[in-house]
Ligand binder design. Structure first.
Ligand code: SAM
Length: 231
């Protein structure tokens, strides 16, 4: 469970109404039961339920059960798609170890409305589910052209559908900060593609012989990056 309290031996953690509902209503836990906690900086802790109520509850930290692990310095930048597919992308990005999720508005982005608070909640659930100790930030959407105008340092792994059919093999990628970039259903415009390909920090890649849906492409590109660079 992700909490906002500091975690340490003997530390008591008061639960919100939603957390109490989840632990005691959904998971059917009660006094004496053990819960795993993290807060994004103190690692993983084992805590026991001291008090279980309908609107709240109290946990007591017992012992640290794992270190704080930060995912590699990898961003996923993707053009928002439909709600369910965007949620899928956010969840899979967390599971695949992205540190930051940045929706980008491109020339052919057709779903510009995105509830960042809802997607942040999905990221939190995904982190809890996959045993991460860090919840990636879901950033406010930004226009790709403006973002690239001020771009500094971070390398970009650009999934370019015009490279479809090319060899899917990544080797010799430098370690360091990276961003994987996935386009919308309509793909990138010619202007975006040539701008991206003209940037020194960009590596354009093929994801194989077929055109993948954006959500499949996100998982495939993150997997390739993890295999080539990640840890
Ligand atoms: N409408 C575009 C077309 O027909 O060429 C396809 C866009 S695809 C559904 C969405 C995004 O997934 C693309 O912008 C690209 O980033 C990525 N993608 C999908 N298949 C790919 C492939 N085979 N190679 C590289 N990128 C791919």
């Amino acid at each position: 469970l992700c909490v906002e309290h500091p975690l340490g031996e003997g530390q008591q953690v008061a639960l919100t109404r939603e957390q109490a509902h989840y632990l005691f209503g959904v998971m059917r836990l009660g006094p004496g039961d053990v819960v795993g906690l993290f807060n994004g900086c103190d690692g993983e802790w084992r805590a026991t339920v001291e008090d279980a109520g309908k609107r709240g509850g109290l946990l007591a930290c017992q012992a640290q059960s794992g270190p704080q692990v930060m995912p590699p310095d990898l961003w996923l930048m993707f053009a928002p798609v439909k709600k369910a597919q965007t949620q899928f992308i956010v969840e899979k990005a967390v599971e695949m170890g992205a540190r930051r999720i940045l929706p980008v508005l491109t020339a052919f982005t057709n779903s510009e409305r995105l509830r960042v608070d809802k997607q942040q909640a999905h990221a939190l659930e995904a982190a809890e589910q996959c045993g991460a100790t860090h919840v990636p930030e879901v950033a406010e959407p930004q226009r790709l052209d403006r973002l690239l105008a001020d771009w500094q340092g971070r390398r970009i792994l650009f999934a370019d559908e015009s490279a479809v059919g090319g060899a899917v093999s990544l080797s010799g990628l430098e370690p360091g900060p990276w961003a994987v970039l996935i386009g919308p259903e309509g793909g990138f415009s010619e202007a975006e593609r040539s701008r991206l390909r003209g940037m020194d920090c960009t590596t354009a890649i093929s994801l194989g012989p077929r055109i993948l849906r954006a959500e499949t492409a996100a998982v495939a590109a993150l997997t390739l990056w993890q295999q080539a660079v990640g840890d």
